[in-house]
Design a protein around this ligand. Structure first.
Ligand code: GDP
Ligand code: IMO
Ligand code: MG
Length: 431
């Protein structure tokens, strides 16, 4: 069976957790390949409702090996809290492993994230999740990061933390913030090693064995392409690469082993945080999308910015990720709209654009919409394509056309079973 990457096709929160939870029922391995606990992946299944931040969404299948991959940054305190929550619901976490090479988010990263954001001009705020993600990846790139494997080597760890702390404390002093003490940070690391040290392993052999045995491996992305460090709305981006190309590096397998890439995409658009968002609606329609779709951040609780589906962004996402199929989510949120709009192009300085321009120009883009009829009937019970109202199928056809990609799944509710599977036989074969 194939290695499948499941990635966000928009600005994040597309429903990746929900899709990975469904696919995870047949997965042998699920690997989170980038990001940290800035992620909020909502899963609703027989165990309850979970907002997963660091734990892969395959955790609910007892037979699945779950891995927090090398491309991730891990806050052990957050992870421990999350493990406790999941275990309290009766879910085993015995099969969760953490890459020795993944980086650690330390308290000074979190402090710096908050200070840096505070010092940005109000119109330049990224609106980070304040989880220390940017500073942790900065340290990684600057080669002063602390890796999970370092927690298990006290002498080496002391040298590494001492070096990292000198820099962090200088930065904090520039913000008039108190320094972190070396011994305190080391004590914290020791505590973490006691709590999660047994899970920290070289994950490469595990992944290689699974891939060589043709097992069903899922690579779970965080956020979405429009907040990708290279291809998103820089600088209003995260500090890692949510696109499928990074899945191989972040998980630790050859790129050409990935044969399926599922782009998870809402039937409308949402974004949380700063930066351009061409289809944003500031009117009652935007509010209706937010209310019906319960569009509030899974990690920060912030109201999400809402708007109609962006066909320009999806075509960009499809190219950059090489989607083999889409999982269109939250179709049910559109059930009660008399008419539904799709953005097919942007207007900029009198020109019609069908490609995503760079950030500053995106701020000035105006969406050009097509209007489609609504269906005014519930879709939550649809399980097959033919169960969907004709107008919904027409809209989905158009979304698929704008992406240039077939649809593999249509989600009509947040719960695991509320899913239209386009080709059930193929999904069966894929396991
Ligand atoms: P992720 O970060 O991509 O995993 O997405 P989030 O969990 O942050 O946000 C998606 C939200 O939509 C969550 O509250 C899900 O429970 C919910 N959701 C996912 N799919 C559907 C769907 O098809 N219909 C509805 N109504 N809600 C959905
Ligand atoms: P999931 O995985 C939505 C946004 C923040 C901010 C920018 C950078 O649930 O889709 P960061 O804390 O990463 O430095 O913030 O990215 N952001 C998300 N938006 N969903 C997420 O994760 C997000 N993770 C970060 O709002 O604009
Ligand atoms: Mg989310």
């Amino acid at each position: 069976m194939a290695v499948t990457a499941v990635v966000g096709a928009q600005w994040g929160d597309e429903g990746k957790g929900r899709v990975v939870d469904w696919l995870g029922q047949r997965a042998d391995m699920v690997i989170r390949f980038q990001g940290g606990d800035n992620a909020g992946h909502t899963v609703i299944n027989d165990y309850g409702l979970f907002k997963l931040h660091m734990v892969p969404s395959g955790i609910f299948n007892r037979d699945t090996v779950c891995i927090v991959g090398t491309g991730c940054v891990v806050n052990p305190d957050g992870l421990l809290k999350e493990l406790a929550e999941v275990e309290a619901a009766g879910v085993s976490t015995d099969n969760l492993w953490l890459s020795t090479r993944a980086h650690v988010v330390l308290p000074y990263h979190i402090a710096l994230d908050g200070m840096q954001e505070k010092k940005r001009a109000s119109d330049q705020q990224i609106g980070t999740t304040k989880r220390g993600i940017g500073p942790a990846y900065t340290d990684k790139a600057s080669r002063r990061g602390i890796r999970l494997g370092d927690l298990r080597r006290p002498t080496w760890l002391r040298q590494r933390v001492a070096q990292a702390l000198t820099h962090a404390n200088e930065r904090l002093a520039a913000f008039d913030q108190p320094p972190f003490e070396l011994e305190e940070v080391l004590a914290l690391c020791e505590k973490w090693n006691r709590a999660i040290g047994h899970r920290i392993v070289d994950t490469m052999p595990l992944v290689r064995t699974a891939v060589r045995a043709k097992q069903n491996v899922l690579l779970e992305g965080q956020l979405g392409v429009m907040r990708d460090l290279d291809w998103g709305i820089y600088p209003y981006v995260t500090s890692s690469n949510p696109t499928a190309a990074y899945a191989a590096a972040g998980a630790g397998l050859p790129a050409n082993e990935i044969t399926r890439v599922i782009g998870v995409v809402k039937a409308y658009s949402t974004s949380v945080g700063g930066g351009p968002f061409p289809c944003e609606l500031h009117d009652d329609v935007g509010q209706q999308l937010r209310d019906v779709g319960k569009e509030y951040g899974a990690t920060t609780g912030r109201p999400r910015r809402c708007g109609w589906f962006d066909g320009v962004a999806i075509s960009y996402a499809a190219w950059l990720n090489g989607f083999t199929g889409l999982a269109v989510t939250k179709l049910d949120v559109l059930d009660d709209f008399d008419e539904i709009k799709l953005c097919t192009a942007y207007k900029l300085d009198g020109e019609v654009l069908t490609q995503v321009p760079d950030t500053v120009d995106q701020e000035r883009c105006e969406p050009i919409y097509e209007t489609w009829p609504g269906w005014n009937e519930p879709t939550v019970d649809a399980r097959r394509w033919d169960d969907l109202p004709k107008a919904a199928r027409a809209l989905l056809h158009r979304i698929s056309e704008l992406a240039g990609v077939q649809i593999d799944f249509i989600s009509v509710g947040p719960e695991r079973e509320r899913l239209v599977v386009m080709d059930p036989a193929k999904e069966q074969d894929n396991s």
